[in-house]
Design a protein around this ligand. Sequence first.
Ligand SMILES: [Zn+2]
Length: 211
Amino acid sequence: MKRIYAGLHTFHKSYFREEREFFQRIAGKQTPSVFFVTCADSRVDPNLVTQSRPGELFIVRNVGNIIPPYTEIKDKNSVAAAMEFAVLELKVDDIIVCGHSNCGAMQSLHRGTDRLANMPHLKEWLQLAGPVLKAVESVCRGLPEEECLKAAEQANILYQLENIQTYPFVREALERGTLHIHGWYYDIGSGEVFSYSPEDQMFSINLSKVK
Ligand SMILES: [Zn+2]
């Protein structure tokens, strides 16, 4: 924790002091235009990767960047709550679902959630992405585990984009054209972000090279 406390001090002493006006400007209200869903993985930093400032991204992070399907909402669902607020109140223009390389959540799913007997909440949560395994089953045959994992990470992003569209208020905004959804894949090792191209049916658009 020592480093974290030192960080708070440094932030307030240098960055905040220099940007005081900016923080005062945003202190009363947030007006983000993007709802950003990504993994809880400590190596994924949406603001750093997109070089965005506080107030620009409304972010939800969870294990495996999963959006439970509308029919799976039981009594409490923090992702659905955040999505309602982002779409209906903040009226964001875009939703980005950003998965990433070497995702532990997809690894656990791929290796079998039975191994998570001592972590029942994690097991149940990851099972929400269960259909991903079926989607990559044929692709994975004969592939080294690393490539199969990448296929699962990318299929998971597409599955979550499908899940988003099971929410009536999201579907309505998409149909009105006031909302757009994007699937991104962040490669931690190369620092690049790839966007899914529906035409190519692949994550073929290297956003880090597009100006
Ligand atoms: Zn992850």
